[in-house]
Ligand binder design. Structure first.
Ligand SMILES: Nc1ncnc2c1ncn2[C@@H]1O[C@H](COP(=O)(O)OP(=O)(O)OP(=O)(O)O)[C@@H](O)[C@H]1O
Ligand SMILES: [Mg+2]
Length: 458
């Protein structure tokens, strides 16, 4: 049973005997108690004592409990109100629930039922208090440049982001998909002396190969078929500001020397152009791969890597900082309440527990999607387990946390565990495992062969 935790209950009833008996019980259970004989007295207590819960008779000398309900509940999300009446009327009960009463009891009171109702109310209040705490924390420190999180790992990242933002150095942002690399790049931009100039983002992996060059360097009219007008490239557009180069390891290798040259000389020449244009650009690069491994695999040229890698900021996966779950969830609740015109208060304890057991392969982006979906389903009140997607509710999957390594493993043993565990989590689908591991499927097959496991198709 949840402890009353110093909660105060206002009892509203015109019969002195009922008030006294209830007060005795409630004090006995550890609650503070305030008493009122009618609506006017209740009003006075509400102003003075701010009770956490209300138990009110439906029939009062100067008003009905139903009429008083809004007043008793107070501002959203509202305090729990339990109504009682001498004659059990289904209609009144239904009406009371519709108007936001927590529940309805008939006289003579069943104290067992009352107590379990209060326990449920107490749990709700506890979540409400936690939500208020989270909201206060979000308002007090909305994260560094929008990068939310108070876990140790995130505080390290935020510290580094501040240091890096104050410098002019190039940065490589690493971390799994959805960990907030782009958010971190925006934070660095916002906190830097270049914040008034643009942050221009380009993801060469998302562009058709033939377009990458002109997107980066710009082109003159007639430089190639289809180039009807001259266009500046990203470097020129980012002049004075920051170029965010997403998925650096996917940039065509053939273009990398040219990219490096612009960084070193600060001069860019459009395709088909003759003139060299001076640009003053700071580069932030991101990759979901291990950049050194990308260098070894020949995806990323070593000279470019060393030029960019003055600082590395590594965004930790969400499963490694589950302390941030509640705060991030509350952050998304605030933003989606406006966007979807819903009125969700917070995440219930049960739902939050389930979320804490999940391994979040898609990291904060996945959390964002899960929250958005849950809020559209719930519309108001609390996000409960039923509002979470099935894969999160299904214990067998939900309990599958991140991969746990035994202490003192060697690097090669750790790699073996990670590869095999990832493969198991993907239902033996090698291409999916390769994607999650950030390597190609051939690498996975070779590893499996080395581990003595059949490297079949898929
Ligand atoms: N620390 C954070 N605080 C607030 N929002 C975050 C944070 N981290 C991530 N997000 C949110 O999660 C989503 C994904 O973040 P982002 O696009 O920065 O990830 P990414 O690391 O660049 O992923 P990818 O490798 O897939 O491009 C965004 O909607 C962003 O708003
Ligand atoms: Mg990104």
């Amino acid at each position: 049973m949840a402890t009353p935790d110093g909660s105060t209950i206002l009892v509203v009833d015109d019969e002195a005997a009922v008030r006294e008996v209830l007060a005795l019980r409630l004090r006995d259970w550890g609650y503070g108690v305030e008493l009122a004989a009618d609506g006017a007295a209740a009003r006075a207590v509400l102003d003075r004592a701010r009770p956490d819960l209300v138990i009110s008779d439906v029939v009062l000398p100067d008003a009905s409990g139903l009429e008083l309900l809004d007043l008793l509940r107070g501002p959203a999300p509202g305090r729990p109100v339990i109504l009682i009446t001498a004659f059990g009327s289904i209609d009144a009960a239904v009406e009371a629930m519709k108007r936001g009463a927590l529940d309805f009891l008939t006289k003579p009171l069943d104290y067992g039922k009352l107590r379990s109702l209060l326990t449920a109310a107490e749990r709700r209040l506890e979540r409400q208090r936690e939500t208020t705490r989270l909201e206060r924390r979000l308002r007090g420190s909305p994260g560094v440049g929008g990068l939310i999180g108070t876990s140790r790992a995130m505080r390290e990242v935020q510290k580094l982001v501040r240091i890096v933002a104050a410098s002019e150095a190039s940065v490589i942002l690493t971390g799994e998909s959805g960990t907030g690399k782009e958010v971190a790049a925006q934070a660095i931009h916002r906190l830097s002396s270049r914040s008034a100039a643009p942050l221009v983002a380009i993801n060469t992996a998302a562009l058709p190969e033939g377009l990458v060059e002109s997107e980066l360097f710009g082109h003159q009219a007639g430089a190639f078929t289809g180039a009807t007008t001259a266009r500046p490239g990203c470097f020129e557009m980012a002049d004075g500001g920051i170029l965010f180069l997403d998925e650096i390891a996917e940039m065509p290798v053939a273009l990398q020397p040219r990219f490096l040259r612009v960084l070193e000389d600060g001069l860019v020449r459009r395709l088909g152009g003759r003139r060299e244009i001076a640009v003053d650009v700071r580069v932030l690069a991101a990759t979901h791969r291990d950049p050194l491994a990308a260098v070894e695999e020949g995806l990323l040229r070593a000279d470019l890597f060393y030029r960019l890698n003055v600082f590395t900021v590594e965004l930790p996966p969400l499963r490694a900082r589950l302390e941030d779950l509640a705060l991030l969830a509350q952050h998304f609740i605030s933003s989606f309440n406006d966007k979807h015109r819903v009125d969700v208060a917070g995440v219930s304890a049960e739902a939050l527990d389930l979320m804490g057991e999940y391994h979040w392969p898609g990291n904060v982006r996945e959390l964002r999607n899960v929250m958005e979906r849950a809020m559209i389903l719930a519309r108001e009140g609390w996000i409960e387990s039923v509002h979470l997607p099935p894969f999160l509710r299904d214990g067998s999957v939900a309990r599958r946390r991140g991969i746990v390594l035994p202490p003192d493993v060697t690097a090669s043993e750790a790699e073996r565990i990670v590869v095999l565990e990832t493969l198991a989590q993907c239902g033996d689908n090698k291409s999916e495992a390769a994607r999650r591991l950030g390597v190609d499927v051939k690498t996975v097959r070779n590893k499996l062969r080395a581990y003595g496991r059949a490297a079949g198709r898929k």
